[in-house]
Design a protein around this ligand. Structure first.
Ligand code: FAD
Length: 477
């Protein structure tokens, strides 16, 4: 929608092809139906929240930042408000108002919207001689750039510049001339923008079609993983997490380990579910470790239908994955030990199942007792030093065994996608096929929760729309 509005505002004749019966089905469920449209953070903060390929976003973000998006929506008559963590929502708390606002902007800009209209494939004209040359030189450039990347960050930057330059020199090897619909009808176009989203929550329409089209147009599509996704998990003694289902721990420390290696560390809110763990803390951790936890056969898995990912969420192949929770991060071990001693003294003649109620939420008490080897009927004065030590250890280091991520059906976003090396970061145009542009989640860019993923879609959509309109205008001249 953003790409279509931008192209039309720049003077192009635009058609938007949407296979669903209505616009913005995924947008509708964002932010629990309230749509966290963007984040009111500064530039540096924005990029620190982009997990994959932040540098690719520099140019698109400069052209259309979070602040531009906020001004734009308000100028269209959608008042916004900023909440905790700088998350921006419509004042009405209704995602449907965001969709309505964009639908009105589409109409005002003169975009023709075709609903129930699935695109089957891109129409691509290949220049075979040029294509082979171009592919060879850009592959060479990629090899050089990969080598350079290994050497240093600095070398990586210059290699990317070199790649950009060589991409330009080689020129695109083919041209996108339109699309073919599922009905068989062809729609010719001077430029085509693919904004088909990822493969998470496929019921909203994002079934990964764009990945297949990109591959057919000569693009590399990296392996895709469910990100911002909960984990299947077990309690430290192998019991299912179901026992704690519904329990939210507001301020806990969290670390994720694979064997002895720490891969993520954070602080915040965690939720136990019937299958494992979820909540903001867990979703963000999943984005950092999803590729690694699903890694053992990244290349080999079968390609599914309709552009499904080569891999999906599933069991961690390595049983060494665990999440270690600090249930009392504000207290040092010494402070916590003193606190436990006080509770035991105060509850000297009380049963431990009642004493621990002042330290933990009610649902957690039987689990903490079990894990510490303390019978619930034991009185505070009967607790041994060893049991007290075990309670302390479990409180500061509560290990949750991670079995794997949940599937794409439950992932807020898809990590991986169309390689950004083959896309011009200023225009979002393919370096392989001229007249072909990409925007949004279909690209290999993703971020943490907080409105950043939608901002990626707004910024890349804006860049693609403006550039495609200009390219189309130059063809017509
Ligand atoms: C539950 C949930 C909550 C989220 N909450 C937030 C949030 O609050 N803030 C945030 O920043 N991000 C959030 N996200 C992520 C965000 O919604 C996505 O990153 C964003 O929608 C991506 O935009 P997109 O335009 O690239 O893809 P999408 O929004 O997925 O749109 C792609 C569109 O392409 C259409 N399409 C696909 N294939 C075809 C085809 N062959 N022919 C025609 N049309 C086709 C689809 O039907 C769909 O309408 C959330 C995601 C989920 C699942």
């Amino acid at each position: 929608m953003m790409a279509a509005i931008s192209a039309a505002e720049r003077g192009a004749e635009v058609v938007l092809l949407e296979k669903n019966e209505k616009l913005g089905k995924k947008l509708y469920i964002t932010g629990k139906g309230r749509c966290n449209v963007t984040n009111a953070c500064d530039r540096e903060d924005f990029f620190s929240h982009v997990v994959t390929n932040p540098r690719f976003m520099y140019s698109a973000y400069s052209q259309w930042s979070n602040w531009d998006m906020m001004d734009y929506l308000e100028s269209l008559g959608l008042p916004l408000k900023t909440e905790r963590g700088n998350r921006v929502f419509p004042v009405s708390d209704k995602s449907s108002d965001v969709i309505r606002t964009l639908a009105k902007a589409l109409e005002r800009a003169g975009v023709q919207v075709f609903l129930n209209t699935a695109v089957r494939e891109l129409l691509i004209e290949k220049d075979t001689v040029q294509s082979e040359n171009a592919e060879r030189s850009s592959e060479n450039a990629e090899r050089i750039s990969e080598k350079a990347e290994r050497i240093s960050e600095k070398a990586e930057r210059s290699s990317e510049n070199a790649e950009l330059a060589s991409g330009k020199k080689a020129g695109a090897s083919a041209r996108c001339t339109g699309v073919r619909l599922a009905s068989g009808e062809e729609i010719p176009a001077d430029a085509v923008i693919v904004a088909t989203g990822g493969i998470s929550y496929p019921s909203t329409g994002s079934t990964g079609d764009g990945y297949l089209w990109a591959e057919e147009a000569g693009h590399t599509v990296s392996d895709r993983f469910p990100a911002l996704v909960p984990f299947d998990a077990l309690l430290p003694d192998g019991h299912p997490c179901k026992e704690l289902q519904g329990l939210t721990l507001k301020n806990v420390g969290m670390q994720v380990f694979c064997g002895g290696k720490r891969l993520a560390e954070d602080f915040g809110e965690l939720l136990f579910t019937h299958f494992g763990v979820s909540g903001p803390l867990v979703l963000s951790a999943a984005s950092v470790v999803t590729a690694a936890i699903n890694a053992p056969n990244p290349k080999g898995a079968e390609k599914g239908t309709e552009g499904q990912a080569k891999n999906s969420g599933g069991a961690a192949k390595n049983s060494a994955w665990r999440m270690v929770l600090d249930l009392k991060p504000a207290l040092s071990e010494e402070q916590l030990d003193r606190r436990i001693l006080r509770e035991l003294e105060g509850g000297a003649n009380k049963q431990m199942k009642n004493v621990l109620g002042s330290l933990f939420p009610a649902k957690l008490v039987p689990v903490m007792l079990r894990l510490s080897g303390i019978p619930g009927e034991l009185c505070g004065r009967e607790v041994t030093r060893q049991q007290r030590q075990q309670l302390l250890t479990m409180t500061k280091s509560f290990p949750v065994k991670l079995l794997g991520t949940r599937s794409f059906a439950e992932a807020i976003i898809t990590q991986g996608g169309i390689s950004v090396r083959e896309v011009n970061p200023k225009t979002m145009e393919s370096k392989r096929t001229s007249g072909l542009y990409f925007a949004g989640e279909v690209l290999d860019v993703d971020a943490f929760t907080g409105g950043y993923n939608l901002q990626i879609a707004w910024s890349t959509g804006r860049a693609a729309g403006l550039a495609a309109a200009e390219a189309a205008a130059s063809i017509s001249e």
